[in-house]
Design a protein around this ligand. Structure first.
Ligand SMILES: [Fe+2]
Length: 326
């Protein structure tokens, strides 16, 4: 096993007993390549050939205010398997904000828990006051790894094997790209959504297998929302409009406090993959739900939608089966 260390990044983070900055949550600041990982138990299957990518929230600088675990900078961890051997490397995603804070030597943006005005620079994404960290999600499309942020930001590209940073995707629209885009491996297309505080409040897009934005349409919503995820079938894309979103009164004071709105329905939009707003079919769920994570499936297989209710102080999760026409 040989470890190669990269030049260190600048960090201003101080040791802390904060529950999300200590113990198993202690941030990692070293970037390394490790070949021929030691196998501690069993063996690596000889025919396993591929790479496992994981995006993590990994803060580099001392927070300006209160730290929230969603505030960290993106670090990608990769384990590659080939010929019965495994190797590892990790790299920060060098977003524009990451590089700007490296130059400054400290935090320039506040976090999710901070009051308005904490950030020293204009923010990004649907929230508008946060750093574009790209620390939520990672997928591979058109031969490139894409790291994205839950509040919408640029889609930051990396070589999925070397983790070399390749800059932001040229197809990213003005309102950004939310975490949880989906790739159809049969066609090579990528489907994504974004959301914002201005009408129409959501957009949906398709990027082809060559990395070109070929479809981008508004998904009109009643107001600012906090959609989490989406799902795809071979013919349809499924977007959501949930009753968990920012309090409108507080939002007027630039306070971003999410709350569950009683009496507001849970809605799902089914849009043909390359459909127009007038093609959308909206479905409502009678029960109050707030946050979802789909299980994408192929034609003919029911997809599952995980939902969280407010019937308990500790949210209950269940899977609601629904057959969708594809
Ligand atoms: Fe998520």
């Amino acid at each position: 096993m040989q470890i190669t260390r990269k030049p260190p990044v600048r960090t201003s983070l101080k040791p802390s007993n904060h529950p999300y900055l200590s113990g198993p949550w202690t941030p990692v600041h070293e970037e390394v390549d490790v070949n021929e990982l030691q196998v501690i138990e069993g063996e690596v299957p000889a025919d396993l050939d591929g790479i496992y990518l994981r995006n993590t929230e990994n803060p580099v600088h001392q927070p300006l205010g209160r730290h929230h675990p969603f505030d960290g900078d993106a670090m990608i961890h990769a384990v590659s398997f080939r010929g019965g051997r495994a190797s590892y490397r990790n790299r920060f995603v060098r977003t524009h904000c990451f590089e700007t804070e490296q130059d400054a030597g400290g935090s320039l943006w506040g976090g999710l828990m901070d009051p308005p005005g904490t950030s020293k620079r204009p923010g990004f994404g649907a929230h508008g006051g946060l750093k574009d960290t790209a620390s939520t999600d990672i997928i591979v499309h058109a031969g490139l790894a894409l790291a994205t942020l839950y509040q919408c930001g640029e889609a930051w590209q990396l070589d999925p094997v070397t983790l070399e940073n390749l800059g932001k995707a040229s197809w990213g629209p003005l309102d950004g790209v939310s975490a949880h885009p989906k790739v159809d491996e049969a066609t090579g297309e990528l489907m994504f959504f974004n959301y914002s505080k201005h009408a129409p409040f959501m957009h949906y897009g398709v990027v082809d297998r060559a990395g070109k934005l070929v479809h981008y349409v508004p998904i009109p919503l009643p107001g600012p929302r906090l959609p989490h995820d989406m799902a795809i079938t071979p013919n349809w894309s499924i977007l959501n409009d949930m009753p968990l979103f920012w309090d409108a009164g507080l939002l007027e004071r630039d306070i971003h406090a999410a709350r569950l709105h009683d009496g507001v329905p849970t809605r799902f939009a089914l849009i043909p993959r390359h459909g127009q707003p007038e093609d959308i079919r909206w479905f409502e769920l009678p029960r109050l739900t707030c946050c979802t994570g789909p299980t994408p499936t192929r034609t003919g297989i029911p997809w599952c939608w995980r939902a969280i209710t407010r019937t308990s102080r500790c949210p209950i999760r269940w899977r609601k089966r629904a057959n969708t026409a594809t």
